[in-house]
Design a protein around this ligand. Structure first.
Ligand code: ADP
Ligand code: MG
Length: 200
């Protein structure tokens, strides 16, 4: 799939509407979900949100993680892997040199890190397109670098550093988690997570 084809551009608009100010009205097939934003105040809390999401996953989901270094993409992946029933979740780390790691729980999770990729084609070489057709959950860190490969029903999670009450100067432990997707079925799936009740 070439990065210059119109379908790719449409996907870009759907996943990263902030890159296309005033163009957020684009619709492809399904309705765009209303973004969900939540603050977490510790790595443990981020892990727990992810763990509950992982428990809900049935296989075939694509989770696109976007955020600066240290924002919590790997922490979230660790929780998600735990939620899918893989006991080796503490093995999950930023695969700096290995671009793909597989964790086998109730369903397989394939964890990709696009940080060092020069182009989306390198992810294709790793068999990403083939993996999309399997029951595996695909989790991609630095997903903004491989946007053109992400299916329209991916769940995008943008993590950013936030300030919470009582924070001293500098980055503390608060993170803003912003979920969005072109597929509005995620709205219902996210709303069902128990952790939101403690986090309102
Ligand atoms: P990334 O993969 O985005 O580079 P990591 O998950 O590897 O980020 O690292 C996040 C770091 O921030 C960890 O050291 C983690 O303990 C810490 N941290 C502090 N508060 C939070 C939070 N609310 N959510 C996630 N991580 C947090
Ligand atoms: Mg990481």
């Amino acid at each position: 799939m070439g990065a210059d084809c119109p379908a790719d551009c449409q996907q870009l608009k759907l996943f990263f509407p902030s890159l296309f100010p005033g163009r957020a009205d684009v619709e492809i097939g399904t309705r765009q979900m209303k973004p969900v934003e939540r603050l977490t105040r510790s790595a443990k809390e981020t892990f727990e949100v992810a763990r509950q999401l992982g428990e809900e996953f049935a296989g075939g989901e694509v989770l696109a993680l976007v955020g600066d270094l240290g924002a919590g993409k790997t922490t979230f992946t660790r929780g998600l892997v735990c939620g899918t029933g893989c006991e080796e979740y503490m093995r999950v780390n930023s695969p700096t040199y290995v671009l793909e790691q597989v964790y086998q729980g109730r369903i397989p999770v394939r964890h990709y890190d696009a940080y060092r990729l020069d182009s989306p084609y390198e992810l294709e070489d790793l068999g990403f397109q083939e993996a999309l057709a399997t029951e595996a959950v695909l989790v991609v860190e630095w997903a903004d670098r491989v946007q053109s490969l992400l299916p329209a029903d991916s769940l995008l999670l943008e993590l950013s550093f936030a300030r919470s009450d009582g924070d001293e100067e500098g980055p503390g432990n608060a993170r803003l988690l912003r979920f969005s997707s072109a597929d509005d079925s995620w709205e219902r799936r996210l709303a069902g997570l128990r952790c939101w009740a403690d986090n309102e």
